[in-house]
Design a protein around this ligand. Structure first.
Ligand SMILES: Cc1cc2nc3c(=O)[nH]c(=O)nc-3n(C[C@H](O)[C@H](O)[C@H](O)COP(=O)(O)OP(=O)(O)OC[C@H]3O[C@@H](n4cnc5c(N)ncnc54)[C@H](O)[C@@H]3O)c2cc1C
Length: 488
């Protein structure tokens, strides 16, 4: 049942699982666990619709590359799925097999750990059952690029699609306008004892449960951990430690422009780096999309965000900021955009500010920073693409100078794929969660969402984060069943 915490504050005292955040990750996990017979509380900070009261709690500072972190995320029931574009591409085995360049380890588990959850994750976002991720165009001839493969979700809006399930699933209590403002760690038991929930008048109450899951998105998951005084006191979290570091995005670089050879079909062309490319250039993965200007302005995220922001620009006071998604002023017949892998690096990070938000939670600074290895990836992808385009006689590509001259600042925009800030690893020395998504040093706190990604590859994050959420549901179900059986 969906309750409004502003009006109804009576909570049970015997929840098996408390999940914070009702975006794709939190909703998926909550429905699975409740269906398995557990008593689940799903606490969502926002309401049923967008409100500036809730959205303002996402305001943060940015000292690195501009992320538009307040405008791009959405803080209400359904989370950012309320305006995601629906592009889905799963990870592949090589994403999990190869360590990222830069010294940090990659995934501590093989891809086979999540592969089996792909069909169920596809169903959740309404991708046709059994459909292949088919190539959308032909290749370029060489070994370096293959045609990209992806599917488009309608896109699924989680609050709408799962409205009835959230209302009617037995054992599930959903509270909207119910903000998590603190995590209380108990050093004696090594467990999280409670989370502190707040309405918009700052009335706080503790909520005790057996198991807790943070599913508040790629920036907020780290913020919740960093904001907890008891976790800082216990040394589980430190202000300059791994929590919040390794923030990764997918890089949308304005690579340049192209002129298509006359007579060739004007449809967009999308390519993806092969494993042979990664091996040859010791670089990251990447998608490259060459599309005519008219296509760019009406496609995918650009169209989605444009439409959403047009409706909200006045209310939010962000009219000037929509320029980054709405204006394309480059010359030429077409534009080349990318979705390029960023390697994890410790300097790209979320950290806590002294300033508090309206509910008394510390705000964050986002220092989104690329490394020299990332510039190398961009340069290799750009130059190789231009070469192959010429070899194939497709036309002429003019790369922007910063692609091959890494001393010139890049022109890029974010994809709003926030990853890595509570990365998965085999030990607390190199990560925040273990291979079951449990926070190192805390017996009963788990994390769902792309903040657990050890590497981000060049695949859109939502389908994989759903696979991980389904795997986490199975793990929690097995663990809680074993604990119940042990009690007789
Ligand atoms: C314009 C745009 C286009 C995108 N397109 C794609 C795409 O094509 N393909 C793709 O794979 N991904 C895309 N994404 C990314 C996608 O939206 C995210 O990967 C996905 O929404 C993440 O799900 P989540 O549940 O982890 O987090 P979110 O969707 O961010 O949900 C987090 C939830 O937690 C709640 N919350 C936050 N703080 C608190 C708190 N303190 N207490 C209680 N609740 C809280 C929020 O209100 C929210 O409901 C896009 C994103 C944007 C912005």
């Amino acid at each position: 049942m969906i309750n409004d915490y502003q009006l109804q504050k009576t909570l049970r005292d015997n929840y098996d699982v408390c999940i914070i955040g009702a975006g794709p990750a939190g909703i998926t996990l909550a429905l699975r666990l409740a269906a398995a017979g557990w008593r689940v509380l799903l606490a969502e900070g926002g309401g049923r619709e967008y409100s500036s009261l809730s959205q303002d709690l996402y305001a943060c500072k940015s000292t690195g590359l501009e992320l538009y972190a307040k405008e791009s995320r959405l803080r209400y029931l359904g989370g950012t799925s309320n305006h995601w574009a629906g592009r889905c591409r799963p990870f592949t085995a090589s994403d999990f097999a190869l360590p990222p360049i830069g010294g940090l380890p990659g995934w501590p588990i093989p891809y086979s750990e999540i592969a089996g959850y792909l069909p169920a994750a596809m169903e959740i976002v309404d991708l046709p059952p059994g459909s292949d991720f088919e190539a959308i165009n032909s290749g370029l001839g060489g070994d370096e690029f293959e045609p990209d493969r992806f599917l488009l979700s309608p896109p699924t809006r989680f609050a709408q699609k799962y409205a009835t399930a959230l209302e009617q699933t037995e054992g599930l209590d959903v509270f909207i306008n119910c903000n998590c403002v603190d995590l209380e760690f108990d050093e004696a038991t090594g467990n999280l004892a409670a989370v502190v929930l707040s309405d918009y008048q700052r009335n706080r109450q503790r909520l005790v449960a057996r198991t807790f899951v943070l599913a508040t998105g790629g920036i907020e998951n780290a913020r919740q951990l960093l904001n907890s005084e008891s976790l800082l006191r216990a040394g589980i979290v430190s202000k300059d430690g791994l929590v919040g570091s390794c923030f990764m995005e997918h890089l949308n670089i304005d690579l340049g422009s192209f002129i298509l050879k006359s007579g060739l079909a004007p449809a967009p062309r999308e390519y993806f780096t092969t494993d042979a490319f990664i091996d040859e250039y010791k670089a990251g993965k990447g998608n490259v999309r060459a599309a005519l200007l008219a296509e760019v302005q009406t496609y995918g995220r650009t169209a989605e965000v444009k439409h959403f922001l047009e409706n909200l620009a006045c209310d939010m006071g962000v009219a000037s900021k929509i320029a980054f998604v709405a204006r394309f002023s480059c010359p030429g017949d077409g534009l080349i955009s990318t979705l390029i892998e960023q390697f994890p690096n410790l300097y790209s990070r979320i950290s806590l500010l002294d300033e508090k938000d309206a509910l008394g939670v510390a705000k964050v600074n986002v220092n989104w920073a690329l490394s020299a290895d990332d510039r190398h990836t961009i340069k290799c992808i750009g130059s190789e693409l231009a070469k192959q385009w010429a070899d194939m006689d497709l036309g002429f590509i003019k790369l922007n100078d910063y692609v091959y001259d890494t001393s010139i600042p890049l022109r890029l925009s974010p994809h709003a794929h926030h990853m890595g800030t509570t990365r998965m690893a085999s030990s607390a020395q190199t990560g925040v969660v273990d291979s079951n998504c449990k926070v190192f040093g805390i017996g009963n706190l788990y994390i769902a969402g792309s903040s657990i990604f050890a590497t981000g590859g060049a695949s859109n994050p939502t389908l994989p984060l759903l696979q991980f959420a389904l795997r986490l549901a199975d793990h929690l179900d097995a663990r809680m069943s074993a604990a119940r059986d042990a009690l007789g």
